[in-house]
Design a protein around this ligand. Structure first.
Ligand SMILES: [Zn+2]
Length: 75
């Protein structure tokens, strides 16, 4: 029997925890919110690139701090 191939882990930049989610039967999913942005001309961070990941938990915390609620759709 073949071993289940696992996905590469991503570590949340905010809490330092793994973004790996156990979906059972030895399989995992990665739920990570990726933020990649290069600030451009006129911004204080002109030409500075940021790249970070947030886990599901930290993302939910972030949305709770929003003054204007994000648009959320469920399936
Ligand atoms: Zn986190």
């Amino acid at each position: 029997m073949k071993e289940a191939v696992d996905v590469d882990d991503i570590i949340c930049n905010k809490c330092g925890k793994s973004c790996k989610i156990d979906i059972g039967y030895g399989h995992h999913n990665i739920e990570a919110i990726e933020v990649k942005h290069t600030f451009g001309y006129g911004s204080d961070l002109d030409m500075t690139s940021y790249e970070l990941h947030l886990c599901e938990e930290c993302f939910v915390e972030f949305t709770k701090g929003c003054k204007i609620e994000p648009e959320i759709r469920g399936f």
